[in-house]
Design a protein around this ligand. Structure first.
Ligand SMILES: Cc1cc2nc3c(=O)[nH]c(=O)nc-3n(C[C@H](O)[C@H](O)[C@H](O)COP(=O)(O)OP(=O)(O)OC[C@H]3O[C@@H](n4cnc5c(N)ncnc54)[C@H](O)[C@@H]3O)c2cc1C
Length: 229
């Protein structure tokens, strides 16, 4: 399928320090699948862009005294004085119909560089709060988001009764606390469990499963697709 200016946009925000990693191959596979499904794909590669994940007063040079990050975000949105890099990322976020967060699971969560992207780019006053509310009232309501990630642990270890416990428990703070909070409808995640422990053939099959899952999600906006490789 060819893309046009009217095509939906998928923003993939990728966070892995190694370009030859499985996670990066998985991201590239997902991007290809989305393009095949007619999306215009925008990739933000946080490590290769040397993204600074720290939300600090450096983003708000005019602040004096007690620094209240969200109050400053609101003020900067109102004044049009958001940090230029943050504004550029925010513009790409707001333009996207589908957000894909791509990463290796670290400490049962997002790598810090990606968490810091959320800290700085999910700007109060622009994506929630201020003129917008929360959840269904937030600025990204009507759009979809999904997680695309790898683990070290096996699929079994993330099942109820497994060594770590149910995967949903670890994802709740991302799904509810970040994505739904700013309005997204969250699609089920696409996960490759333990790629480092697979044979070459299993890894090739896992990438194929990612391609199929992402294609399914892209084809049906109501899909509750999930790939648990
Ligand atoms: C700080 C930290 C915290 C962590 N916390 C957790 C945790 O809480 N829970 C947990 O489960 N795990 C955890 N891990 C482990 C981590 O999640 C896994 O190591 C990671 O998800 C594996 O994915 P990867 O892309 O890094 O694998 P890689 O090691 O990069 O890749 C695996 C293999 O795939 C090969 N490969 C790359 N590209 C391709 C391709 N195109 N085709 C076929 N093969 C390919 C690579 O050469 C390599 O042999 C943690 C790791 C770190 C560093």
């Amino acid at each position: 399928m060819s893309t046009s200016d009217a095509a939906p946009i998928a923003l993939i925000v990728h966070a892995h320090p190694e370009p030859r990693s499985f996670s990066t191959a998985q991201m590239a596979t997902a991007a290809q699948a989305l393009r095949g499904a007619g999306y215009r794909v925008d990739v933000l590669d946080l490590y290769s862009d040397a993204w600074d994940p720290t939300l600090s007063r450096d983003d708000f040079p005019s602040v004096e005294g007690h620094f209240k990050p969200q109050a400053e975000q609101m003020r900067a949105v109102g004044n049009g004085t958001l940090d230029a890099t943050v504004q550029a990322h925010l513009d790409r976020l707001l333009a996207a119909d589908l957000l894909v967060l791509s990463f290796p699971m670290w400490w049962f969560s997002l790598p810090a560089v990606l968490k810091g992207w959320v800290d700085r780019v999910f700007v109060m006053g622009a994506v929630f709060g201020g003129d917008h509310g929360l959840f269904g009232e937030a600025a990204l309501a009507g759009k979809r988001a999904m997680l695309l990630f790898t683990t070290g642990g096996s699929r079994e270890s993330f099942m109820p009764g497994g060594a770590f416990g149910p995967m949903d428990d670890f994802l709740f703070h991302i799904h509810r606390g970040m994505l739904e909070f700013v309005g997204y409808r969250v699609l089920d995640p696409v996960v490759t469990y333990g790629p480092a422990h697979m044979t070459e053939e299993e890894r090739a099959a896992a990438l194929e499963a990612v391609r199929e899952s992402v294609t399914l999600v892209a084809a049906d906006p109501r899909s509750r697709d999930v790939s648990l490789v």
